[in-house]
Design a protein around this ligand. Structure first.
Ligand SMILES: [Zn+2]
Length: 191
């Protein structure tokens, strides 16, 4: 993604505040990054997405296997950028309804019109909690080459887009269509 670094961080702040206020991340969860040519701009470990400063972000070459101050989450984002050429921004969130459904489904076949149009099928990537970081890195990029967003079972969503807004759109939509899916199933059971 182009633009000045300050402008980009201001945009990230808006997107992350929207995520928090929408209940899609809690106070300390989630992560965000953007591709900047051959570099990645990503949040430092420990910084909270709901409010952070410019110094909470670092930019460095994607070829680096680690960087001071970033968590192992970086390796997942890195793998997505390296293996999903169209990904310009990556957003990781914990949407509660989508995560709950992922415990029981291998994919969510959406039932409402908006879901049908934008995300007819949301894949669930199954990982063992003990080895989740390594398994997520190994399994997720291949799925994200075909889909704009996927749910890692029992954990959260990873969405990518041509920019941050598109990644936010997929993240908010996953929770919305998951709620409709869940409520329609619940109604059918009790009616
Ligand atoms: Zn997470």
């Amino acid at each position: 993604m182009g633009g000045s670094r300050a402008g980009l961080i201001s945009k990230i702040q808006t997107v992350c505040r929207d995520l928090f206020l929408s209940g899609l991340i809690d106070s300390h969860s989630g992560n965000v990054s953007v591709r900047r040519g051959k570099n990645i701009l990503i949040k430092k470990t420990g910084a909270q997405l709901r409010h952070f400063s410019k110094s909470d972000f670092v930019e460095f070459p994607l070829k680096a296997l680690s960087h001071p101050g970033v968590s192992s989450d970086y390796l997942t984002h890195r793998k997505i950028y390296l293996e999903v050429p169209q990904a310009q921004a990556v957003l990781h969130a914990h949407p509660p309804t989508a995560v709950a459904l992922s415990l029981f489904l291998n994919e969510i076949k959406t039932v409402d019109l908006e879901g049908h149009y934008y995300l007819p099928c949301i894949p669930v990537v199954s990982v063992n909690y003990k080895t989740y970081a390594e398994e997520t890195r190994r399994k997720l990029p291949e799925v994200l080459r075909k889909y704009p967003v996927a749910i890692v079972r029992g954990h959260g969503t990873f969405a990518h887009g041509k920019d941050l807004d598109e990644a936010l759109q997929w993240t908010t939509l996953v929770e919305q269509v998951s709620k409709i899916y869940f409520l329609s199933r619940l109604y059918k059971k009790i009616s």
